[in-house]
Design a binder for this molecule. Structure first.
Ligand code: HAM
Length: 418
């Protein structure tokens, strides 16, 4: 029996792989305009990095990590997200001593042991941006603005933005108590088992439970935005005002608590109504205490990550390019001539395929038809003797014979005969 891929891991052929390439180049161009530079971090990190940064009680750390011991018995984990590794690298490289703001983006695979479904994989890819340094609301608004522009540049449809603030170390504990008190009073028995546990440990997570019973119980729960301290309230008001000034519409969502412990103040998610249940195409927020908690200086940060598999579901296939030519020799006597001519055409910037299969002229033509190329070029005895090529425009069926020296010009974009 042949070996198969691991459940939740995918092989990406076109059009998915072309959509990924397009997203990546669009992201690089968009982020470059905002001064972001690329950082590539390892896929493997010490497990402790994620335990300390994401939080032991989070779903990711408690049940979704690919963790194993290396040959010396050290616990390693395939990164489930990028922020922890970026912060580790930022501290290890001493970047805070060299620049007041570090704008870093990273693109690559992440790993979470989740139940696979459409838009949810065990190996998935993120485009991730982190801005380390400023605590100003301008940094939050600029980052969100950059994200929304990028998403609309690549053609994401039916897009909306959810926004919330999670307060800080001063006001959040107060809100936790208010919320836990409300949940106990309202009818904690009616909560699902997970949420019943969360009431004591992490009551905010009850707000984003998807079960109907829990949602019903939290419909009228006190909102964190009503409990923010003055600084957090002003910060959040400034973010909203800047987004408004940039004509970015958003919905305030008090259930947007995010699934990672490092967040404070602004949190946001971009969602698209055009894909199924896994509608969040990007998520992020501020994490002002994280660098300090991980052993670095007291450097605030804000960032986001987009899920590339979910974005790929939303993009049209228009990016897949047809080859310019399919070149075939009438029979094997002209194969070397065809081989060299194909190379010449590619040196001139054209893209194309050289027929290298067996069979008679008919099967060669059938392969040309299947290739999707715009033009089929044919070299037979007559063409070889006269230095010409027969060209068939595949869409119209029109056929010409022209000198080989004129083929590049004939096939040039703009001069197309299709
Ligand atoms: P996250 O919300 O866990 O945030 O993930 C961000 C995005 O990654 C999601 O909105 C989704 O599009 C995609 N994603 C997550 N899990 C999967 C999966 N199993 N399959 C497919 N796509 C998935 C973070 O990871 C934070 N590190 C974002 C951040 C950066 N916050 C600050 N800086």
């Amino acid at each position: 029996m042949s070996i198969q891929r691991i459940k939740g891991f995918a092989d990406l052929f076109p059009p998915a792989s072309s959509a990924f390439t397009r997203m990546e180049s669009c992201a690089r161009a968009a982020f470059d305009r905002y001064g972001f530079v690329e950082l590539r971090t390892p896929l493997l990190e010490y497990t402790e990095l994620f335990q300390r940064s994401l939080g032991e009680e989070t779903d990711i750390v408690s049940k979704e990590m690919f963790t194993f011991a290396d040959r010396k018995g050290r616990s390693l984990t395939l990164r489930p997200e990028a922020t922890a590794g970026v912060v580790r690298a930022f501290i290890e490289d001493g970047r805070a001593n060299r620049e007041s703001v570090s704008r870093l983006f990273t693109i690559g695979p992440m790993f979470r042991y989740e139940r696979p479904q459409m838009g949810r994989m065990r190996q998935f890819h993120q485009i991730n941006c982190e801005c380390l340094g400023p605590d100003s609301p301008v940094a939050d608004a600029e980052l969100i603005s950059m994200l929304m522009r990028f998403l609309s540049d690549i053609g994401v449809r039916d897009l909306s933005l959810k926004l919330n603030s999670l307060g800080c170390a001063e006001c959040r504990p107060r809100y936790r108590e208010i919320l836990a008190g409300y949940l106990r009073a309202v009818n904690a028995d009616a909560l699902c088992d997970d949420c019943a546990r969360r009431v004591e440990k992490n009551p905010l997570r009850v707000l984003d439970c998807k079960r109907d019973g829990c949602r019903e119980l939290t419909r009228n729960a006190p909102k964190i935005t009503d409990s923010l301290c003055t600084e957090c309230a002003e910060h959040f008001a400034a973010v909203r005002a800047l987004l408004g000034a940039d004509s970015i519409s958003f919905d305030l969502d008090h259930r947007l608590v995010r699934g990672l412990d490092y967040y404070c103040r602004t949190t946001f998610e971009a969602v698209s109504g055009a894909i199924g249940a896994q509608s969040a195409v990007a998520g992020g927020g501020r994490y002002d205490g994280l660098v300090r908690d991980m052993g670095g200086a007291d450097v605030p940060g804000v960032g986001f990550a987009c899920g590339m598999e979910r974005l790929a579901l939303l993009l049209s296939e228009s990016g897949t390019r047809r080859p310019d030519f399919y070149l075939l020799a009438m029979n094997d006597d002209f194969l070397e001539m065809a081989f060299l001519f194909a190379r010449t055409l590619r040196d001139c910037g054209l893209s194309g395929l050289l027929d290298s299969g067996a069979g008679g002229f008919k099967s060669r033509m059938r392969r040309a038809g299947k290739s999707g190329a715009r033009y089929c070029l044919i070299i037979g005895a007559d063409e070889a003797a006269k230095g010409t090529v027969s060209i068939k425009t595949m869409d119209s069926g029109e056929q010409v014979v022209i000198p080989r020296s004129q083929v590049v010009r004939y096939l040039q974009p703009g001069d197309r005969h299709d």
